[in-house]
Each structure stands twice: as C-alpha cells, then as structure tokens.
Design a protein around this ligand. Sequence first.
Ligand code: NOJ
Length: 559
Amino acid sequence: MSEWWKDAVIYQIYPRSYNDSNGDGWGDLNGIIEKLDYLKVLGVDALWISPVYDSPQDDNGYDIRDYRKIYDRFGSNDDMERLIHEAHQRGIKIIMDLVANHTSDEHYWFQESRKSKANPYSDYYIWKDPKPDGSPPNNWGSHFGGSAWEYAPERDQYYLHFYTRKQPDLNWENETVRQEIYDLMQFWVDKGVDGWRMDVIAEISKYTDFPDYPPQPGKAFIVGSMHQNGPRLHEFIQEMNRKVLAPNESMTVGEAPGSNAELAKLFTDPERHELNMIFTFEHVELDRVPNSPNRKWALRPFQFTELKRVLSEWQDTLRGCGWNALYFENHDRPRIISRWGNDTNYRKECAKAFATVLHGMQGTPYVYQGEEIGMVNSHYDLDEYDDVEIKNAYKAYVLKNKSISEAAFKKAVWQVGRDNARTPMQWNAGHEAGFTSGEAWLKVNPRYPEINVEEALSDPNSIFYYYKKLIELRHKEAILSEGTYQLFLADDPHLFVYERTYGDEKWLIVANFSEETVETDELKPFLYDRWDRVISNYATVDPHQPLRPYEAFIIRKTI
Ligand code: NOJ
C-alpha cells in the first residue's frame, strides 16, 4: 500500500474563504480550480477541502444536510468532479472532510428520526428520556456552550448534540448508521477522492450509560473526558478501515480532541489498521486555563518550553509505531504568528521560524490557507464576527453565566477566535483583497494591502518561497521523513533546537523565538565543524554568532 503521505505536504482549503469565482461573496469550487496553478507552484501534494456538502451552514458546513450533494453556493457535483480531475491532472490529491459524528438537523435521517420512536430512522441519533423533572438526561455540555441535549416535543425526548443544537450526534452503536457512512464515503471515493480528514472522529463512540460528570463549581454543564475516546471507538475505526479505507487505499487523518501521544499510537500504529495520523489539540491548547467555566476563552500565558516538550514527546512516542500530523493552523485555530509570535515588525522572520521548526520534524506537515503568506489575526468588533462558536459562547458565558466580562471575552476572541483564520484569503491589494468582485461574507483583514499573494510572489525572500523550499526539501530529503529526532536545550525559553539523524546524515534545526538577539554559547556543543546551509530566514548563517530576532536555519553536517 502506497505511503505517499509520508513525504508529502498537505494544504488545507476553507472553501468559503478561498476564492470566489462568481462574485456572490462566497468562495466556491470553481474558485479553487482557478488557483490550482498557484498551489502547483507552491508544490503541495494534496488539498484537504473543508466540507462542501449541502448544508444549512449553521456551523459553516460541519452540519451536513446531504452528503452526496455539493452545497449550491460552492457549486455542483460536476464542479467537484472537475476539481478532482483538474487537481489530479496537476498531480495533486484531494482529501475530503468526513463529518460523521453528527449531521445537520435538516438531514433527512434526522427529520425522520425526530418524528416518532417507531420511525425506521428512530435510532439513527441518540435519544434519551427527560429526567423526572423534565430536565436533560445528564449534565453533559456542548462544546459551544450550554447543554448537549435538546428537547424534541414530537418524541418527548432529548437528543444529544456535542456541537450546536442543529448538529445532532449520530448513533454509531447502530450498525445501519455505520454502513450509511461507509456507503457515502464510497460514493466520493468512486469519484476520485484520495483520502479523508475525519471531523472529531474521537467522539463517535459514546458512553452509552450516559453518566453525569461529577459536579464542578460554576458549571451547569460539563464537557469532559467522556466526550471522547469512548469504549467502542477503535472497534468502529477498525471496521471502517476494513470496509472502506483499506480496500480503497484512502489516506486518513483523524481529528482527535482529548488525545495525547500514547493514545495516538492506538489510532496510528499501522499494525492496528486504523488511521494514518491524527490531529491532536495538545500543543495548540497550551495556553488554555484547564477546567475553566469559560472553556477556550480562559487563557493563560503561553510557555514556549511547553510547546517544545509536547511536540518532542509526539516525535519520540510515535517514532516507529505511528505517524505525526504536523500543524499549527487550521480553520479552528488562530494565526500562529499572531498568537505566539510576532505579526508586526518581525512578521516574515517569525512565520518562517515557525515553519522551520514544524517542517523540520517527522510527520506530514499541513499548511492552512494563508499561512504560506503570513496572514494574521483580525481585531474586529464582536458583531463583525460570524462564527457560531463565538456567538454561542458570548450568549452562554458573557450574557447568561456572566462568568467572563465582555472586554475579556473580546480580548480572547482576538487571540483564539476561529474567525481569525476564516477571513478571506488575501490574493492582492485590490478590491476585497482579490477574493471576490462582490462583497466578502466576512470582513477582509485590513492588512491585506501589505499581506497578499501578489506581494509574496514578487518577493524572492517571501514567506511563500520559504514554504516552497521546505516542501521541496520534504520531497527530496529522506532525513525529513525517516530521520531520528533529538531535542536539545529543552529548558531554554527562546531557542528551539533539535537534530535529525539518518544514517551518516545529520541536520541541526535552530530557531530563536524572541525579538531579542540571543547569545548562543549554549548552542556551541551541538554545532558541526563543517556544515552547509539547508535553509535560513536571514540571508547569511553563522551559528557561532548571536542569533538575531526570530532567526531560524537548518544546517547539514558535512565531512
Ligand atoms: C471540528 C471542526 O473542525 C469544527 O470547525 C467544527 O465546528 C466541529 N468539529 C464540529 O463539526
């Protein structure tokens, strides 16, 4: 079975924000087709396309009404087939987003299911009786705030929804449901889809006795360990593998909230026949206050040493028995340079430094649209954001619980709100950053005249060309996919230093994550007598000199 993804780089497209071909303010499939040549220049191997299926768009397509139909604002099924064909013509693979933990409440299955307990679709979802006082069956919370249960008078029962009330959770205990999912996967695979990113796949198996979480102060509803890694999770994934993944040789990356490196082995050890790799949340939630009633909106200072520790632990633990998905950004995460770096006077250096340390590791790197040009967070008024997570959290925590002030909430949104990554792609300095000839569905980041693709393509030292070079290295240097990993200077608060070794070959990866020039005596023991430069974000490299702000390089040992 081909393991093409082991020396590949995957690019994520959030279609609504990528490129609008018809002026309605929404990105669409034809818009993506128009940009395939751009992506070919960048050199990526595959595109992960966030959901484009028919959907009422309550959660921007992660609420699917019809899995076999493309949402009309994105285009048609023919457009999707054309996208697959055109991408394949250019040697680029297509990964679709499989949202199988839940559907939209407008999906036919749910419309039927809610009608009555006797309906043939009755058990497609998770229905429970109210408590004797009429309240929800347990204290489980929705990830987006409030209870995870919604009452449906038709059945006099509650249904479970881990996300919005318009996203009822499917009942994976039901074999027919599982087969429905495998069938729809086959439908798209037959059209040429090469793989799957699996939305919150770690949540599909539920603790079917539905126990309450132990009460916690200040919280009416709790999201905790029972929301993921349920008892039959791996059995379900193995079944899916047998029935639809292995026969089609589909590449897979599962989204796995609640995972750590040990759990990752269960998903990705090839002997277990589950998934190729998973996205963990561990490294991207390091600045979250644990167990806060305000959930992701309660932030604490970020420790750089913790980031090194977590990433290194994943490198070490999965070596030889699993595979890493390497990422900093996606459509749910803010722009990394704005969050943990510098997006002003050292924006370009900083973006390249983050890219260097991530793309130097073992695993499959993911680039999120706009990351390759150093796009930054947006600082909007709350009513300018569109995201249902921001809106629901505002209602739940600011208005209802009053557990966070509006000012503190807004500050947190500026740091970690999902719309930071969803602002339209900045193609040029013209109208709406070249994203649409109409009016963009979400305000374009005002820094587009400075940060855009046209500018990046015209500057040989741009972040874009740096990514292009990293992607070329991934393709041709086996040390990146195969080499061992060793972290140095684990306690240094600014330097990220590690070595990769493959046979006789040795590469040293060095980055200074600070705005200061840093003395590097401590680096000396790890330097090579003779070396040459693989890549660097300043024109020259002298590892014996103090490191300049956000300086990053890779050097190769020579004899
Ligand atoms: C994870 C997706 O990435 C996110 O955007 C979505 O809101 C939830 N899963 C629910 O599908």
